[in-house]
Design a protein around this ligand. Structure first.
Ligand code: GAR
Length: 212
């Protein structure tokens, strides 16, 4: 039987949910979330992790005095062992910081089933397309090639598949003539920055409204 989602506790401004944000790149979503959390919220970022030591987004962690770690893939040739060791290092940091929810914000790696099993219901992701359409690492390119007229973003819980977990929220944008990967990405990031913090608010209230 499929392992069920185990959701985080309800949280409040007095006892905010301790979250870790995982990034791989520019971290504009992380920055938007940290700005949102400048006011007291029911969630607070306690840890930032990047698998990419050169991720530009790491600076938002340092600037905000939040524990910020670069954890690159260990330098070993066995790919399976490399993934497991890497996730082990990440897990130690999550446990040490007493993290209650993992927020993937432009984190470009896929977790192994054994990592997901430990955290299922407590890992959330944002993806730049209207899932289940256009999963994977090249959503904007695939959307533009397909000729569809609407795209958007999706917030979902992470399960054992790639971009397949329970969908919690979606927001659409229109694709205009002459749209490029860059213009579409910019437009979608804007709506991502609004929707993600709001979904976190709802999760902290114990509200899960799956969209099928
Ligand atoms: C965001 O658009 C996010 O949806 C996407 O990466 C971008 C990160 O931007 N995530 C994925 O594609 C995950 N498959 P940022 O680093 O500027 O926040």
């Amino acid at each position: 039987m499929e392992k069920p989602y185990v959701f985080p506790r309800r949280a409040s401004i007095d006892k905010p949910l301790r979250i870790a944000v995982l990034i791989s790149g520019s971290g504009s979503g992380l920055n938007a979330l940290l700005n949102y959390q400048q006011d007291p919220r029911a969630h607070i970022t306690k840890l930032i992790i990047s698998d990419n030591i050169n991720a530009k987004g790491l600076k938002y962690g340092y600037d905000n005095n939040i524990a910020t770690k670069s954890i690159p893939l260990p330098d070993i040739s066995d790919k399976n062992r490399q993934r497991i060791l890497h996730e082990g290092l990440i897990n130690i940091e999550l446990i040490n910081s007493e993290i209650e929810l993992i927020v993937l914000s432009g984190y470009m790696r896929i977790f192994t089933p054994s990592f997901v099993a430990k955290w299922k219901g407590r890992i959330i992701n944002i993806h730049p397309s209207l899932l289940p359409d256009f999963p994977g690492a090249h959503a904007h390119r695939d959307v533009i090639r397909s000729g569809v007229k609407i795209s958007g973003c999706t917030v979902h819980l992470v399960d054992f598949g790639v971009d397949t977990g329970m969908i919690l929220a979606q927001k659409e944008v229109e694709i205009i003539s002459g749209e490029t990967i860059q213009t579409l990405q910019d437009k979608i990031k804007k709506i991502e920055h609004e929707i993600y913090p709001k979904v976190l608010d709802l999760l902290c209230e114990g509200q899960y409204h799956p969209i099928s």
